[in-house]
Design a protein around this ligand. Structure first.
Ligand code: NAD
Ligand code: TDX
Length: 336
């Protein structure tokens, strides 16, 4: 049976991809995850034990990674690499785990797939391209120059460079995707949309950095997963694909939509200390993905996807509740 190793498969997007693989392929899945604070075993609770195996371990640990990759001996076996430290604000407080997991972890994985000649798909982010002006007519494309702003995005950029070098110099069979901001079920309450939804659900006010003018290009995590599978199956080795679903919204527009969905006044917003180095705008041109691979989003309507997501958080307080107070007190200590 075909085997796919999914690093970071207990996280927000990785777990969604595991479910997507189970629904759309016959593959058996090995999840390698360190189970950091960001992981969620609950997101994998309902997967069949005969198709998914969870290995708790560190992607930066050579012995673990070499052992797992050595077992991928089938012609269509592959690694999909989601594992990362993923939150910008945390990278401003302590960049160290970002360097270890995002750069060293990717290096360790590359050495393993090189040694065992295994296909790799590497998950990256649009943040490697820096930011755009609000009125810039151009969006990010596969040829946009790298210009990362934060320790998080710099480590993701570093990892992308390693993947490209290992592909070119050693012939590693790799592809890369750079996706825009994801939203949907199982996203940690530290992130923007879950933080604001759960504040509103608790009767608190959304906390918006600066004036809320920053723009993000939102995509449902299910659409990220379908794009990754399309690239894994049909992408050109050595190529990069940008993933996005034309979902640009300012942060203020997003929190107002959340307040409206819960029948609260759109003015009930706290404007808090801005993020250092805060990127102004991201926007993705996904033409290559759409034309070359025929990919289309299943959730093209952000407002409908947001309403579903608000409902999901309303029904899952038992999951996000225990993390909420700790996250809020850490933000409050920074004036956010
Ligand atoms: P997440 O923080 O929710 O999940 C990351 C997962 O990786 C967790 O399960 C964690 O336990 C695991 N992990 C962390 N360090 C590890 C290590 N050293 N070894 C093994 N596992 C480790 O992140 P996410 O939002 O699901 O992001 C997944 C990937 O997608 C990341 O590579 C991120 O850069 C990328 N990405 C995220 C977004 C987004 O909007 N969230 C957008 C584009 C790209
Ligand atoms: O409380 C908040 N208030 C606020 O205004 C938080 C947590 C965030 N923000 C702003 C900052 C950003 O402009 O909202 C926007 C989104 O913030 P995050 O959810 O932290 O996402 P971002 O920094 O854009 O990065 C996300 O998308 C790209 C993911 O966390 C990354 O992993 C991914 O690579």
């Amino acid at each position: 049976m075909r085997q796919i190793l999914v690093t970071g498969g207990a996280g927000f997007i990785g777990s969604n991809f595991v479910h997507h693989l189970l629904q759309h392929t016959d593959a058996s899945v090995i999840v390698l995850d360190k189970l950091t604070y960001a992981a969620s075993r609950a997101a994998l609770e309902e997967v069949p034990a005969d198709r998914v195996r969870l290995v708790v371990g560190d992607v930066a640990e050579e012995a673990v990674v070499q052992g797992l990759v050595a077992g991928l001996t089938g012609p269509d076996d592959a690694v999909v690499h989601f594992a990362a430290e993923s939150h910008n604000d945390n990278s401003l407080r302590d960049p160290s785990p970002f360097v270890t997991t995002n750069i060293v972890g990717t290096f360790v994985l590359l050495e393993a797939v090189r040694r065992h000649d295994v296909r790799l798909h590497h998950i990256s982010t649009d943040e490697v391209y820096g930011d755009l002006e609000l009125d810039d007519p151009a969006k990010f494309t596969e040829s946009t120059a790298y210009r990362p702003s934060s320790p998080y995005s710099a480590t993701k950029a570093g990892a992308d460079h390693l993947v490209r070098a290992w592909q070119r110099s050693f012939g590693v069979r790799a592809t890369i995707s750079n996706c825009s901001n994801n939203y949907g079920p199982w996203q940690h309450v530290e992130k923007f949309i879950p933080r604001q939804i759960t504040n509103v659900l608790r009767g608190d006010r959304p906390k918006v950095y600066g004036a809320g003018a920053n723009v993000r290009d939102w995509i449902h995590t299910g659409d990220h997963s379908s794009a990754v599978l399309a690239i894994l199956e049909h992408g050109t080795i050595g190529a990069t694909y940008l993933i996005g679903a034309d979902g640009e919204r300012s942060n203020l527009e997003v929190v107002r939509a959340i307040l409206r969905l819960r029948d609260r006044s759109e003015d009930e917003i706290d404007f808090v200390t801005d993020r250092a180095g805060h990127d102004l705008r991201y926007a993705i041109d996904a033409t290559r993905l759409r034309t070359e691979l025929g990919w289309e989003p299943a959730y093209p309507d952000f407002d409908a996807g947001l309403a579903d997501t608000v409902r999901w958080y309303a029904e899952h307080e038992g999951w996000w509740g225990p993390a909420k107070d700790g996250v809020e007190s850490a933000y409050a200590a920074r004036g956010q």
